[in-house]
Design a binder for this molecule. Structure first.
Ligand SMILES: *Cc1c(COP(=O)(O)O)cnc(C)c1O
Length: 365
């Protein structure tokens, strides 16, 4: 049996009719950019997250850098960010010429808050938290520190649609939540898409203006902006998927639960979930000292596995200017050598899961 890391069309076929009706609706409507579908999706997504406002954007990276820019963060400013996040999180900071200050992750792959105050300087402007792999970050201490030092809390929710800390949705906890709807994300569209959510009406309006060349009224430009619009087709398809997001999340939870209960192999370390945090299992990430051998073994059994991520941002060539070297962030560096993502996706069959579990359990090193 062949098992891919992700099989995106399964989700499409699950609700095929609904998607196809919507696509034709949009194609026949004559409105393709910033029409009713985007407006309605923004309302529905804000309400799902529990934030007052949502602004649709072209992708998740735009959500990050535009938020950081419109918060006034610029050259000389520092933003705390975890050292094992996806590089886009860090680019959101550096695209604004601000400086990322890396914080090591805890055993849940999220920001370790135990020494967080020691990283704060007079230049610190914000904390950017990534709810990595779909698990909400424990936020109590981070919220406290933001309050104490008057820092803005930005959430990178590109992997955490629907996950909660203390029964509160990620994205609605900080000042601004940044989402991606890239096809493989838990709420993925059929192309690129993104959004921010916030409770600050003025900030939401600023983002709305900025995404459309700095203009609210056509051909009247108040500021210099960019072009970062969620299109009608993607918004319409996202509205369909959003209706089913709870069942899709539940299905991922059930698949993850099977792996957590049934994978029994001393060579494989299973992921853990923190207290008061939920996990929506964007990625199911195990750890092993025998990663290369295990990957080869899986691949021989036609199971695809992926590494999220093999090189932490501070060691990427793109960031050689920051001057970091091997050993500077040992926790992240060790994770980069040990993590492995095994298949978990909506529409995965019982037979596929049976085969995956059995194959992992028979791995002998
Ligand atoms: C996917 C992702 C992004 C970027 O989203 P795009 O829509 O691809 O720009 C940012 N941060 C994290 C953690 C991601 O996983």
């Amino acid at each position: 049996m062949k098992i891919n890391a992700n099989v995106l069309d399964r989700q499409y076929f699950m609700h095929q009719k609904e998607y196809e009706v919507k696509v034709l609706d949009v194609l026949r409507s004559g409105y393709y950019i910033l029409g009713n579908e985007v407006k309605e999706f923004e309302k529905e997504f804000a309400s799902y997250i529990g934030s007052k406002y949502c602004v649709g954007l072209a992708n998740g990276l735009d959500a990050l850098w535009i938020s950081i820019k419109l918060l006034g963060i610029k050259e000389g400013d520092e933003v705390l960010v975890q050292s094992n996040t996806y590089i886009a999180t860090v680019m959101g900071i550096t695209m604004n010429n601000a400086t990322p200050i890396f914080i090591e992750p805890n055993e849940f792959h999220n920001m370790d808050d135990s020494n967080i105050e020691s990283y704060i300087t007079p230049n610190t402007k914000a904390i950017l938290v990534t709810h990595l792999y779909g698990q909400a970050t424990k936020m109590d201490k981070i919220l406290e520190v933001c309050e104490k030092y008057n820092l803005k809390l930005i959430e990178d929710c590109a992997q955490s649609h629907g996950s909660m800390y203390n029964k509160q949705m990620t994205g609605s906890i900080g000042y601004v939540g940044c989402f991606s709807f890239y096809p493989s994300k838990n709420l993925g569209c059929f192309g690129d898409g993104g959004a921010i959510v916030t409770n600050d009406e003025q900030f939401a309006e600023k983002v709305k203006t900025y995404r459309n060349y700095g203009s609210q009224k056509r051909y009247y430009n108040e500021t210099i902006g960019t072009n970062s619009r969620l299109d009608e087709l993607q918004a319409a398809l996202l509205r369909v998927k959003l209706k089913h997001i709870n069942e899709l999340t539940q299905e991922r939870e059930q698949l993850a639960q099977r792996l957590l209960n049934e994978v029994k192999n001393p060579l494989i370390e299973l992921p853990k979930v923190d207290q008061d945090c939920t996990h929506v299992w964007h990625l199911f990430v195990i750890q092993t000292d025998l990663r290369e051998t295990f990957m080869d073994y899986l691949s021989k059994h036609e199971i695809q596995s992926l590494i999220h991520y093999p090189i932490p941002p501070h060691l990427q060539e793109a960031y050689s200017d920051l001057g970091y070297k091997v050993g500077d962030f040992p926790v992240s560096e060790r994770l980069a050598e040990r993590v492995l993502t095994i298949p978990l996706y909506n529409g995965m069959t019982k037979e596929e899961m049976d085969y995956l579990i059995q194959t992992i359990n028979q791995f002998k090193g």
